[in-house]
Write a protein that binds this ligand. Structure first.
Ligand SMILES: [Zn+2]
Ligand SMILES: [Zn+2]
Length: 85
């Protein structure tokens, strides 16, 4: 009977741990999150204050600030500088 109880408690603990793991992975990533560190960033910020990632850059086609995550400028269609790492 005691063994059965221990198994039951162990099973519940496993379920709780699995749920915690799931919760950790399911952190919602809003469109305004930094692609590098995941912190919420304002759409108007140029640089992420948490990891200093460049969030926006000046478009070389029209001079407007544009998100670096966009492949092409939303104002003029100019492709961004290819970043070779
Ligand atoms: Zn960041
Ligand atoms: Zn542009």
């Amino acid at each position: 009977m005691v063994l059965l109880l221990l198994l039951l408690i162990g099973g519940i603990a496993c379920v709780i741990l699995a749920e915690l793991e799931k919760g950790r992975d399911a952190v919602p990533r809003a469109p305004g999150d930094c692609p590098s560190c995941g912190h919420a960033v304002d759409a108007e910020w140029l640089i992420c204050p948490h990891c200093r990632l460049m969030l926006r850059e000046r478009c070389c086609g029209c001079g407007q600030q544009r998100s670096v995550s966009h492949r092409y400028c939303s104002q003029c269609g100019e492709p961004g500088q290819e970043k070779k790492i």
